[in-house]
Design a protein around this ligand. Structure first.
Ligand SMILES: Nc1nc2c(ncn2[C@@H]2O[C@H](COP(=O)(O)OP(=O)(O)O)[C@@H](O)[C@H]2O)c(=O)[nH]1
Ligand SMILES: [Mg+2]
Length: 592
C-alpha cells in the first residue's frame, strides 16, 4: 500500500477528485457535506492498475484549517497537488506548497482539475513554475475533470507510476503512528487511526502512547477496512487498543515502539527553509516563540538562537523524535496575508519553514559560552547526524540512548551498554594513568587506587566503565578492585630496584616460597619499600611482609589448573614447591 495526501486551495476540487478516483466520500462529517467544505482530514482509497492499494489523506484547503492540513501531510511521503483550471495559483496553494517544502516532501503529482470549466493551460504553467521551486521539483502535470471524468485514466496511471517510484520502506523500522483520529466503538473500546510510515505492527503488540508513555496493547488492527493480524508500513491503520480510554487519546499523540524513540523535551535544530517574512525582530533570524509541527502533532516552543541557522527549541509538550528528521516550524505571529507572495524570491509562505532535528537529547546550555560552543559543534554536523557526531557531543552514551535517537551503525560498546567517543576514551585513559600515579605518590602505603575512587575522580556514571578503561590502558593493572601502575621496576628508586632484583633472584628458584623477614632485613627492605615496589608492579604483596614475584598468582593458578581435580591442600603445596620456572615467566625479566 501507499499513502499520499492532497494539497491545494479551498474549493479547487480536491475532495471531488478523490470521490471520482475512489468512489468514496472523503468528507466524513455531516457539517462538511452540508457546507461543501473539508474541515478535517478525510480518508479514501483505490486500487491501482498494478493491483496495489493507494490510500489518500484528504486535507482541508481553507486557511483556518491549516493545522489540520499539516496533520494530514505530516506523516505522508507524497502529495497530490490540486489546482483548479479556472482558479489558478491561489494563497492556500502557496501555503500548502510551503508546508510540503518545509517537510521536505519530494514526491508528487500536479492535477489541474475543473478542466471542463476553463482551459487548464495557464493554471498548469503557473502551478508547475511554483512547484518547481519547492522540494517537489518538476512533477508530472495532468489536466482532469472530476465531473466529466476527462483525464482520470491518465491520472490513475500517473498515480500508479508515482506509487511504484516511492522508496521501499523497512518492515523492521521503528514504529511510530501519529494519531489522526480517535473514537470508541461500542463493544470494542478505543480505536485510533493513523499512517504507519514504516515498520510492522502486529496484534498483541505493546506500544507506548506519547507523551505520557502509557503502555497500550493492540487488541485488533485494520487497514482499509480489513481485519489483519499484522500491518507493515506504508499503510493506513486503525488500531483497537486495550489499556486506554477514548478520552485519553487525541490527535497529535503517537503510538511508538518502546526503546526506539526519544521523547524529546528540547531539540537542537538546523533551519532548512527560509524564515524571512516572519515576525522576528530585525537582525534576528527567528522569533522567540514558534509552533513545531511534526506528524499530526503541534506544540508551542521557546526559541533559543544558537547562531546562524541553529537553534534550541524548548517544547511545551515532549515529542517522540529521531535525529535527522524534519519538523515544520510556524511563526504564529506572522501575518498570513501580508507576506510577499511567492514568485518574488521570498519565502514560499511567510513564517512557515522547515528544520532538521540534529539532537533530540541535547546537553544543557547553562554556562556562559556554551551556546557558542554548541553552535560551532553542530555547525559541522550533517543533516542526518551519525553515531560519531552524537558521541563527540555526548562523549559517553548508553547505546540504548543512541538507538532511541534513531541512529544506526553504532560502534562497539567500550563496556556493557556504553559507547564512547574515541578521543574522549583515550583522554580518560591518560587521566587514569595520572590518577594512579598521583595516588601512589600521595599514599605510598596504600595497596592501590580503589575502582570506586577512580570512578568518582573521572566522573564516570558506571563502575564497569572504569574496569573497561583499566583493561584498555596498558600502563594500569587491576587486581582485587585496586588499580596500580603496571610499570615493573622501571620507576623505582635505584637502591630499591637493586634490592627487589635480589629478592626476585631468590624467588626464581622457589617462586612460591616467600622470603623470610631476615632476608628482607638483610636487603634493607621495610614494609614501606615493599608497598612501593608492589605499587609499581615489581612485587606481588600478599600481606604486609609476604611478597612474591608479580606474576606468582597467575602462575599458581596455571599450575593448580593442571593438577588432577579435586586436589588436597598438601598436593597443591607440593605442586607449587616443585614448580619449575620457565624462561617466559622469569620475574627478573621485569627488572633487568
Ligand atoms: N465543473 C466541475 N466542478 C468541480 C470539479 N471538481 C470539483 N468541482 C466543484 O468544485 C467545488 C469544490 O470542490 P471540492 O472538491 O469540495 O473542493 P476542495 O475544497 O478542494 O475539496 C464543488 O462544488 C465541486 O462540485 C470539476 O472537475 N468540474
Ligand atoms: Mg475538500
Amino acid at each position: 500500500m501507499h499513502v499520499i495526501a492532497t494539497a491545494g486551495h479551498v474549493d479547487h476540487g480536491k475532495s471531488a477528485l478523490l470521490r471520482a478516483l475512489t468512489g468514496m466520500e472523503p468528507d466524513r462529517w455531516a457539517e462538511e457535506r452540508r457546507r461543501g467544505l473539508t474541515i478535517d482530514l478525510g480518508y479514501a482509497w483505490m486500487r491501482l492498475p498494478a493491483g496495489e492499494s493507494l490510500a489518500f489523506v484528504d486535507v482541508p484547503g481553507h486557511a483556518r484549517f491549516i493545522t489540520n492540513m499539516l496533520a494530514g501531510v505530516g506523516p505522508v511521503p507524497a502529495v497530490l497537488f490540486v489546482v483548479a483550471a479556472d482558479g489558478g495559483w491561489m494563497p492556500q496553494s502557496a501555503e500548502h506548497l510551503a508546508a510540503v517544502d518545509a517537510l521536505g516532501i519530494s514526491r508528487g503529482l500536479l492535477a489541474v482539475t475543473r478542466a471542463d470549466l476553463a482551459d487548464p493551460g495557464r493554471a498548469m504553467a503557473q502551478a508547475a513554475a511554483q512547484i518547481r521551486r519547492s522540494s517537489l521539483g518538476a512533477v508530472p502535470t495532468l489536466a482532469v475533470s472530476a465531473v466529466t471524468g476527462a483525464g482520470l485514466p491518465e491520472l490513475t496511471g500517473a498515480l500508479g507510476e508515482l506509487a511504484a517510484s516511492l522508496p521501499a520502506t523497512d518492515p523492521a523500522a521503528p514504529v511510530r503512528i501519529w494519531v489522526d483520529r480517535a473514537f470508541s466503538i461500542t463493544g470494542s473500546g478505543t480505536v485510533v487511526t493513523g499512517t504507519l510510515p514504516a515498520g510492522t505492527v502486529s496484534r498483541g503488540d505493546e506500544l507506548l502512547l506519547t507523551p505520557a508513555l502509557r503502555p497500550v496493547r493492540v487488541r485488533a488492527l485494520q487497514s482499509l477496512g480489513e481485519n489483519l493480524s499484522a500491518v507493515t508500513g506504508v499503510a493506513r491503520t486503525a488500531l483497537n487498543l486495550r489499556g486506554v480510554d477514548r478520552s485519553d487519546v487525541a490527535r497529535g499523540m503517537a503510538l511508538i515502539q518502546p526503546g526506539r524513540w526519544t521523547l524529546a523535551g528540547q531539540i537542537d535544530v538546523r533551519i532548512t527553509g527560509e524564515p524571512r517574512g516572519s515576525s522576528q525582530e530585525a537582525g534576528n533570524l527567528l522569533p522567540a516563540q514558534l509552533t513545531v509541527h511534526v506528524g499530526s502533532a503541534r506544540t508551542p516552543a521557546k526559541v533559543r538562537p544558537l547562531g546562524g541557522r541553529l537553534a534550541r527549541l524548548q517544547l511545551r509538550d515532549p515529542l517522540p523524535l529521531h535525529v535527522g528528521e524534519r519538523v515544520l516550524l510556524r511563526d504564529p505571529g506572522a501575518a498570513r496575508d501580508q507576506g510577499a507572495l511567492p514568485g518574488t524570491g521570498q519565502a514560499l509562505w511567510p513564517g512557515l519553514f522547515g528544520a532538521v532535528v540534529l539532537d533530540a537529547d541535547p546537553p544543557p546550555l547553562n554556562r556562559r559560552g556554551v551556546a557558542a560552543a554548541a553552535a560551532a559543534e553542530l555547525g559541522s554536523w550533517p543533516d542526518r547526524p551519525a553515531a560519531a557526531d552524537l558521541l563527540r557531543r555526548r562523549r559517553l552514551a548508553p547505546a540504548a540512548g543512541l538507538r532511541a535517537a534513531g541512529v544506526t551503525g553504532l560502534p562497539e560498546p567500550v563496556a556493557a551498554g556504553w559507547l564512547a567517543d574515541p578521543g574522549h576514551w583515550s583522554r580518560l585513559s591518560a587521566r587514569l594513568v595520572a590518577l594512579v600515579a598521583e595516588h601512589a605518590t600521595a599514599e605510598p602505603l596504600a595497596p592501590g587506587l580503589p575502582v570506586e575512587a577512580a570512578r568518582e575522580a573521572l566522573r564516570l556514571p558506571d563502575r564497569r566503565l572504569v574496569l573497561a578503561l583499566a583493561a584498555a590502558t596498558p600502563a594500569v593493572a587491576l587486581k582485587g578492585g585496586l588499580l596500580t601502575a603496571r610499570g615493573g621496576a622501571a620507576g623505582l628508586p635505584a637502591g630499591l630496584a637493586a634490592a627487589v632484583a635480589s629478592l626476585l633472584a631468590d624467588l626464581r628458584a622457589k617462586p612460591f616460597d616467600a622470603p623470610e623477614s631476615d632476608r628482607l632485613r638483610q636487603l634493607g627492605l621495610d614494609k614501606r619499600d615493599l608497598a612501593v615496589a608492589a605499587r609499581h608492579g615489581a612485587l606481588l604483596r600478599l600481606t604486609d611482609q609476604v611478597v612474591l614475584a608479580p606474576d606468582a598468582d597467575d602462575r599458581a593458578a596455571q599450575i593448580l589448573a593442571g593438577l588432577e581435580q579435586p586436589f588436597t591442600t598438601s598436593q597443591a603445596r607440593m605442586a607449587l614447591e616443585s614448580a619449575p620456572l620457565s624462561q617466559a615467566s622469569d620475574p627478573l625479566a621485569r627488572v633487568r
